[in-house]
Design a protein around this ligand. Sequence first.
Ligand code: ADP
Ligand code: MG
Length: 291
Amino acid sequence: MAEPVTESPEIRVETPEPAKDVDGSRPGQKRAREPIFQLADVTVSYGEKRAVREVTFDIAKHEITALIGPSGCGKSTLIRCLNRMNDLIPSARVEGKVVYHGQDLYGPDVDAVEVRKRIGMVFQKPNPFPKSIYDNIAFGPRVLGMKGEMDEIVERALRHAAVWDEVKDRLKTNAFGMSGGQQQRLCIARCLAVEPDVILMDEPCSALDPISTGKIEDLMIDLKREYSIVIVTHNMQQAARVSDKTAFFTVELDEDEKNRTGRVVEFDDTEKIFTNPTDPRTEAYVTGKVG
Ligand SMILES: Nc1ncnc2c1ncn2[C@@H]1O[C@H](COP(=O)(O)OP(=O)(O)O)[C@@H](O)[C@H]1O
Ligand SMILES: [Mg+2]
């Protein structure tokens, strides 16, 4: 098993600013006891258009945080802020503060490549490389020059992602020969192989059948002992089953009534969101009255 990652990554900023205190800024909101991310007034725009605005909440260590809400409310946009994937979209602009382990993730000295190593991402559609199962896992550790016996690194990652037993006899075969559910666990293993701190998952099960979905959900619950996980899901049962905290987003008309922008309606313990939410819009959504 990989050692749990407990230390802050080597990300330095010249003048670290403390995160804004967000206490009380929204009903039901609490500060995380051990935050890994602190979002304060995060607004993301594509060109002139704001996609999601004024997002403020903390993401706690060793928890699963779910982002839910209707299509187009900015869940993918927001999750991409957490590992600077939006940097790769030329029109995207991030305002506000994303603090990671107490440091500004968008500070001038922060290396976005290092960030994406520490904060891995799994996408909706499994995206293995057109290579062998073994090489899919070994790729990252090789590029990063990680120390250790590669066979062990590969085995550990595949075991960790609960796919080893299914593939151990065909490690040299092409990853495209795996089922969709196995490919997704391979992608999770590929993420784990470089020993990340956080795993971001954007609708990781939406292309999978219910059995594969169940396996990924079990895996997530298992992984949160060592990692912090943020998941976007349109499956509310999934959010209720696996997550500790839930942020419910919706799309609102801006003050000028010209643009529709995603906003967080409510962020709280998952149990509260699903059983006794504070905002009537959350209640309508989680009970399926709107969607
Ligand atoms: N790369 C992009 N360029 C321009 N607009 C985008 C881009 N990605 C998303 N958007 C817009 O941002 C808004 C939020 O999208 P997205 O974050 O994908 O929402 P969700 O994941 O909740 O469905 C939508 O209006 C979408 O059209
Ligand atoms: Mg999305």
